[in-house]
Design a protein around this ligand. Sequence first.
Ligand SMILES: O=c1ccn([C@@H]2O[C@H](COP(=O)(O)OP(=O)(O)O[C@H]3O[C@H](CO)[C@@H](O)[C@H](O)[C@H]3O)[C@@H](O)[C@H]2O)c(=O)[nH]1
Ligand SMILES: O=C(O)[C@H](O)COP(=O)(O)O
Length: 325
Amino acid sequence: MLPEVASWLRRRTSVSAQWPLETLLAAKGGTRISVVLPARDEEATVGAIVTAIREDLVERAPLVDEIVVIDSRSTDRTADVAAAAGADVVAQDSVLPEHGRMSGKGEALWKSLAVTSGDVIVFVDADLRGFTSSYVTGLLGPLLTDPAVGYVKGCYDRPLLTGDRPVEGGGGRVTELVARPLINLHWPLLAGVMQPLGGEYAGRRALLERLPFVTGYGVELGLLLDVFQQAGLDAIAQVDLGRRVHAHQTTEALGAMSGQIMLTAWSRLQRHGRMLPLEAPATALTQFRRGADGHDVRVSDVGVGERPPMIEIPEYAEGRRSLLS
Ligand SMILES: O=c1ccn([C@@H]2O[C@H](COP(=O)(O)OP(=O)(O)O[C@H]3O[C@H](CO)[C@@H](O)[C@H](O)[C@H]3O)[C@@H](O)[C@H]2O)c(=O)[nH]1
Ligand SMILES: O=C(O)[C@H](O)COP(=O)(O)O
């Protein structure tokens, strides 16, 4: 391991228990905090997550100022369940409609910047099981107590739920098979980030609004690489949140996610001058399924789009200016 990585790990890794609520309340001062949950068809889990945050961090202690669920074109009761649990629910496509509709998780997160007011924003996936509010307090710890930190990633143990009992350490397959090797190959200084794709992280608005957001599942890798490029390793911290259990996607779906991750990495290699300009990679992914007469071919487009930094959107920038004046 590079000495810089070992040093970063020592200085910038903590565990959520190190950040008790009293410490955070004392450090919060006038900092507004938003929690954002992107959600597509998460009626089974979103309610319990919103309830835990509302009860522990809004009602019992005034730490979180708003909980916003971005409803990402759900076809189930996600919006109703989230609203009943106490979240402000915003339909992804109702935000900045004049800027069109892109799709996927990254689009939901980008749009969340335009409808929240926090100085610090905490993102939490809406498909987590066994969620506790210590996820949120843990992620807030370094941000509320150290002005040099701008971005905090969660890390955790990730079991794979299959059959009767979980396979410990078996989850996070795209992380282990695609993202981590890519990061170690091209961005070795980021090798200490234990869960680069994890969906639980927090950042300062002043930083997030200056970053482009990749659509789809490239958003986490894009943000991590861009924060590193713009703010440097020391602006990043990570907090051990314990264990993370979520709904697993099929291997086929993870293949498409991996394609998006690789294309995102490729775009940053080009943009950050780490690779000679080459012909753009193809975005068609060919996959196979056993059919009645041999193999059925499925071709999907795993190309990712990109939204510009939110601060470049006139409607948003105008709102920010009037807030600050
Ligand atoms: O179009 C979409 C797709 C997903 N989601 C939500 O985003 C979160 C994560 O999506 P999910 O499909 O559960 O992703 P995972 O399979 O869990 O993928 C992991 O890896 C991805 C790639 O880095 C990250 O985006 C995820 O946060 C991380 O959990 C969930 O709340 C989804 O409901 C949306 O809001 N819109
Ligand atoms: O983060 C990942 O690597 C992907 O979401 C896959 O996770 P899983 O292997 O736990 O389903």
